[in-house]
Design a protein around this ligand. Structure first.
Ligand code: 8YV
Length: 331
C-alpha cells in the first residue's frame, strides 16, 4: 500500500522528520525556506497532510487548490493561521499543540513582565554602551512585582498558569477578564478575581495579554484602552500581534503614559513597528515564549502524533490527541 504523502512546511527536529517518514512519504523543508502562497499550494499537490507552524496560512483558496488534503497539524497552540471553518466545511481536520507549552510560556510571560517592570534590557544596554561609571540612588528604578496587582486578559490555560505564579509565588493580587468567568474552584486555585475589562485596565499594575487572536480580539488593547491604564503600569503581550495596537502602544510608551512594556509578538511580525524599536522602555523578544528545548520537542512530537493518527496510522490511528475541529472525525 502506498504511504500517504505529507509536507512538513517548515524545518523541524530531524528526529521528528525521521519518525514521520516511518509512516508517511515526507517532503521536508529542512533548509527552512518560507514558501510564498503559490509555492505552498504547489508543494501541497498530492499531499494528504501538512505539518505547519504559526506562519503557514491555510485558507479556502489553498484548500480548494488541494482538495486531497485531509489534515493540517499546527506546531503551535494558537491557530489563527488556519481558516478553521473553511477546513471543517471541506472535511479537513485541524490540530494544534495545547498543554505541552503552558508552563514554559507562562514562565516566559512572567520573565518578560519582570524584565519590563525592572527595566532590565534598558539597564543592560546602558551598561554595554559603557555609560556605567557610578551608582546613583534612582538608577533604573522600576516597579515591584511582589504585592502588586497582576491583571490577566484571557484566562485560558496559560493565563491560569501565570495567575498561579503571581498569586502563590509573588503574593500578587490577581484580577482577570475573559469571555466568561472561571469556575469557583479554578478561581480559588489561581486566587484570581473576575473583573470587567475596564476595571482590569484601570487597576492592573502589570497587565499580561494571553487572549487568542481573532477578529473579535483585534486591537482589544488600543489607544482608548491604554488611556485607562495607570501611567506606572506595565503591559506584556505574549498572545499574538494584532491584539495590541502597536502604534498606539509605542505612542503611550514614548509619552510615558505607560511605564514599560514587554512584547514577544508583533503586528506583521517578523516586522516590528519602527517606533517600538526606538523607545527605551520596552523589552522586545522574537516570539520565543514557548522556546525551551523540552517544550519545542514536545510541541513537534505532538504535532507529529496528530498527523500520524489523523491519517489513520500508528498506535492512535483515527484518534488524534488534540483536534481543533473534532466534528470532522465524526462526519
Ligand atoms: C509558536 C505560539 O512558537 O504556540 C503558539 O501559539 O505562538 C508559539 O508557541 C509559534 O506559533 C510557531 O508555531
Amino acid at each position: 500500500m502506498n504511504k500517504p504523502a505529507v509536507l512538513i512546511a517548515r524545518a523541524v527536529f530531524p528526529e521528528v522528520v525521521e519518525r514521520l517518514a516511518r509512516y508517511v512519504e515526507v517532503e521536508a523543508n529542512q533548509e527552512d525556506r518560507v514558501f510564498s502562497k503559490a509555492e505552498l499550494i504547489e508543494r501541497l499537490r498530492g499531499k494528504t497532510g501538512a505539518f505547519t507552524t504559526g506562519s503557514v496560512v491555510i485558507d479556502a483558496e489553498l484548500l480548494d487548490a488541494n482538495p486531497q488534503l485531509k489534515v493540517v497539524a499546527n506546531m503551535a497552540v494558537g491557530y489563527n493561521n488556519f481558516d478553521v471553518s473553511a477546513c471543517t466545511a471541506r472535511g479537513v481536520l485541524c490540530t494544534n499543540t495545547p498543554d505541552v507549552l503552558t508552563e514554559t510560556t507562562a514562565d516566559f510571560g512572567f520573565a518578560l513582565m519582570m524584565a519590563a517592570a525592572r527595566r532590565m534590557t534598558e539597564a543592560e544596554h546602558y551598561l554595554r554602551r559603557g555609560e556605567w561609571n557610578r551608582w546613583f540612588y534612582d538608577m533604573f528604578v522600576g516597579s515591584d512585582i511582589h504585592g502588586a496587582t497582576l491583571g490577566i486578559l484571557g484566562m485560558g490555560r496559560i493565563g491560569q498558569a501565570i495567575a498561579r505564579r503571581g498569586a502563590h509565588g509573588f503574593g500578587m493580587r490577581v484580577i482577570y477578564h475573559n469571555r466568561s468567568a472561571l469556575s469557583a474552584q479554578v478561581e480559588a486555585e489561581c486566587k484570581a478575581t473576575y473583573v470587567s475589562k475596564e476595571t482590569l485596565l484601570r487597576e492592573s499594575d502589570h497587565l499580561i495579554i494571553v487572549v487568542p487572536y481573532s477578529k473579535e480580539s483585534h486591537h482589544a488593547v488600543g489607544a482608548a484602552e491604554l488611556a485607562m491604564m495607570k501611567p506606572s503600569a506595565t503591559l506584556t503581550n505574549i498572545a499574538r500581534g494584532g491584539v495590541v495596537d502597536d502604534a498606539a502602544l509605542a505612542d503611550a510608551l514614548a509619552d510615558r503614559r505607560l511605564a514599560a512594556a514587554g512584547l514577544d509578538v508583533f503586528e506583521g511580525e517578523p516586522q516590528v513597528h519602527p517606533r517600538l524599536l526606538t523607545v527605551p522602555n520596552v523589552v522586545l523578544t522574537p516570539h520565543i515564549a514557548s522556546a525551551s528545548v523540552a517544550t519545542r520537542r514536545a510541541m513537534a512530537e505532538l504535532a507529529a502524533d496528530n498527523l500520524i493518527a489523523a491519517l489513520g496510522l500508528g498506535p492512535n490511528a483515527g484518534k488524534p490527541p488534540t483536534p481543533i475541529n473534532p466534528e470532522v472525525l465524526r462526519a
